[in-house]
Design a protein around this ligand. Structure first.
Ligand SMILES: [Zn+2]
Length: 316
């Protein structure tokens, strides 16, 4: 599942198209009317948690394109670090410029929200190719859910994502793990509750942007057993978990922008870095999504009073 850092990289792919007009639209989606995008101008892109938001509006009430955007290429040109910083710059610039006519602009500007589920992705100026044949041996390229062509000659392609229109993106930087305003105190209070920390870490109302990979990795780095009840763990452990969440996610984003692969410590591993056998289990809330969880029972000891959870971990 694309997590916060991946979605930020997707945003950097869309950013160079800000200011351009849509000239052609295609794709298999039935979630929006493709016609609604025609001749609209892409005016902004933002990331909140694991969602990408693209603002479209008519060009007569357009915002100015950030000057530096022209310098950013979407592909392997080594300038993607700059693209990263521009995410904020673009958003800041658009907010700044929209102040005087905010109410007027809100009437004509709509945000398209993308959620990437487990396998969603974006490409710029290229289509995804089949990596392997299907059961019948056919090599069939993935079908774009949405493909948007711009007057600059380029295009954006969206695969396997859900999309819907909204009036404005949800903005609460205090719960976005990648925002400097992330509220560590609120996160600590949430983690201190008497429920397994692996469940709290996936709560998007507190740790927006954290997904299954980040969860597994930071629990291992902090040497915390996924089923430990937050109310039993010492505060230092919970604080370490939050610090690892912030650092790991920021480093992952940096690597993403440089197109460097992430090196896992425990996720998908059979042995931990200390050579112990790793356990893989499906863990999740009673009525929620249960996710595969990797942990090392030697490095990540379960506090004794959490032992009874072992019997019912499938139904937490
Ligand atoms: Zn170990």
């Amino acid at each position: 599942m694309p997590e916060g850092p991946t979605v930020r990289r997707y945003c950097s792919l869309a950013l160079p198209f800000v200011g351009q007009l849509v000239t052609k639209v295609g794709g298999s989606t039935k979630q929006i009317s493709l016609q609604d995008l025609m001749e609209q101008q892409l005016q902004d892109c933002q990331v909140h948690g694991k969602n990408l938001y693209l603002a479209f509006g008519c060009s007569s009430c357009s915002i100015k394109k950030p000057e530096k955007t022209d310098d950013v290429n979407t592909q392997d040109d080594g300038k993607t670090e700059e693209g990263c910083s521009l995410i904020t710059e673009s958003s800041a610039a658009s907010k700044e410029q929209s102040k005087p006519g905010t109410s007027e602009e809100m009437l004509v500007r709509k945000w398209l929200r993308f959620h990437f589920g487990l396998y969603g992705s974006i490409r710029a100026n290229e289509l995804a190719r089949a990596r392997r044949g299907n059961k019948r041996g056919d090599w069939k390229d993935p079908t774009p859910r949405l493909i948007v062509y711009f007057d600059g000659g380029g295009f954006l392609v969206f695969y396997n994502c859900r999309m819907s229109w909204c009036s404005c993106p949800f903005v609460d930087p205090s719960r976005d793990i990648l925002c400097p305003e992330f509220d560590k105190k609120k996160a600590l209070r949430a983690l201190s509750q008497p429920r397994p920390v692996c469940i709290t870490l996936m709560d998007q109302s507190i740790f927006s942007g954290v997904g299954n990979i980040i969860k597994n990795e930071i629990l291992y780095l902090a040497r915390v057993h996924p089923l430990s009840l937050g109310s039993i763990l010492p505060q230092e452990d919970l604080t370490a978990l939050i610090d690892h969440a912030i650092t790991f996610t920021a480093n992952w984003l940096n690597d993403k922008m440089k197109r460097k692969a992430l090196r896992y410590h425990i996720y998908l591993k059979e042995q931990c870095e200390n050579g112990h056998q790793v356990v893989k289990e499906t863990i999740g809330p009673l009525h929620g999504l249960k996710r595969l969880t990797w942990y090392c029972p030697t490095c990540q000891k379960l506090p004794p009073c959490c032992g009874s959870l072992r019997l019912s971990r499938g139904d937490l």
